[in-house]
Design a protein around this ligand. Sequence first.
Ligand SMILES: [Zn+2]
Length: 95
Amino acid sequence: MPENVASKKKQRRCVACGASADKRSLHRIVRSKDGHVAFDPTGRAAGRGAYVCSEACFQAARASRKLDRALKASLSADDYERVAQGLAAQRAEEQ
Ligand SMILES: [Zn+2]
């Protein structure tokens, strides 16, 4: 069976579990040019982005520092906390 190439266009990979998913169903974390790391609810913020598929994967990425590697940055505890809060706020909105 040929793979459906069109549906893979906007696929991104979760940095924690490695699962591919549609860009819109993933949570984006962005590091802007000035090095500020934040949760990106729009998915369109300028800068280097990394994706996680769930809050659990964010926690896994936090524990293993995979986000640091994906963003080529050294994230502080404050950075992780800010992203965690952004994720939690978005999840609350979706429910
Ligand atoms: Zn994941």
